[in-house]
Design a protein around this ligand. Structure first.
Ligand SMILES: [Zn+2]
Length: 110
């Protein structure tokens, strides 16, 4: 379900969606991290969602995916830029609007 959801959201971007892996992961509970996007040295991108998010509503998962997707769209032109600045916010809000989720998902998570 997560992969289909991600693909649907990703297709509105210019990212190589089929090459982006989305999977669940057990984050350290103390970090309270729910999701994380990453990019390897070779430029391969992916998203990790904490196991606990499997219990979330589809809308909440969509919000997390939109947040991480926006980071990856920024990385396409500015690799490893992980901030939530203006460029990120503009992209994320557009994706949130298209996905029908709250723009609050574009704020830093922790
Ligand atoms: Zn973020």
């Amino acid at each position: 379900m997560i992969n289909e959801l991600f693909l649907t959201l990703c297709l509105s971007t210019s990212l190589p969606c089929a090459d982006i892996s989305v999977r669940t992961y057990e984050f350290n509970k103390r970090e309270q991290k729910e999701a994380m996007a990453y990019m390897t040295k070779s430029g391969k991108m992916g998203v990790l969602l904490d196991d606990s998010t499997l219990r979330y509503s589809e809308n909440k998962i969509k919000g997390l995916l939109v947040h991480e997707l926006a980071h990856m769209v920024v990385w396409h032109t500015r690799p490893y830029d992980g901030d939530h600045g203006h460029k990120y916010t503009v992209i994320c809000r557009k994706l949130a609007l298209e996905a029908g989720v709250s723009p609050n998902n574009c704020k830093p998570m922790i």
